[in-house]
Write a protein that binds this ligand. Structure first.
Ligand code: 8DG
Ligand code: MG
Length: 146
């Protein structure tokens, strides 16, 4: 970034702890930000959306799954200064469950993700996407409000 260009505006994203029994849905990122790290489904809030609408849309777009019982969990504020293009992201974390527990996740955006699977949140795969790792260290348990 040249010293004359203003920094990019912070991005607002909604990400979803999709819970099934004792497990949570994670996918390995295929993106320059957090390449190869495990992250939740989610993406940028679009104009006029509620957090619940954004959660529903992003989960559907990335995994093909339909969700229900969507609740607010927490919010995080991360600045990625070491990224190729530095950026600042505010993430709204929601939790949800599957509308139909027999539904199977699809890798709808294979250019952005290596695939989705269910993982035990007590033994999450490594490495986690850094903002998710930071959130985990706060001790918040997404299962408690279940
Ligand atoms: P979009 O263009 O489809 O709207 O966005 P995206 O391409 O799906 O964006 P993303 O990188 O998946 O998510 C947006 C931001 O959310 C991401 O850059 C940083 C923040 N974020 C967290 N934690 C997590 C997480 O666990 N998963 C995802 N996907 N994003 C997260 O802070
Ligand atoms: Mg995404």
């Amino acid at each position: 970034m040249s010293s004359s260009s203003p920094p990019p505006a912070p991005v607002i994203a909604v990400v979803v702890f999709l819970i099934k029994d004792n497990t949570v849905l994670l996918g390995r990122r295929r993106d320059s930000v957090g390449l190869n790290t495990f992250a939740l489904p989610g993406g940028r809030l679009e104009f006029g959306e509620s957090f619940e609408e954004c959660a529903t849309r992003e989960v559907k777009e990335e995994t093909g799954l339909d969700i229900k019982d969507i609740q607010f969990l927490t919010v995080t504020n991360d600045v990625f200064t070491e990224a190729e293009k530095p950026f600042h992201s505010v993430a709204i974390y929601m939790r949800a469950s599957l509308s139909d527990p027999d539904q199977i996740p699809q890798n709808v955006e294979p250019d952005k993700c290596y695939g989705w699977d269910w993982y035990d949140w007590k033994k999450p795969p490594q490495p986690l996407f850094r903002p998710l790792e930071t959130m985990l260290k706060t001790g918040l348990n997404p299962f408690l409000t279940h």
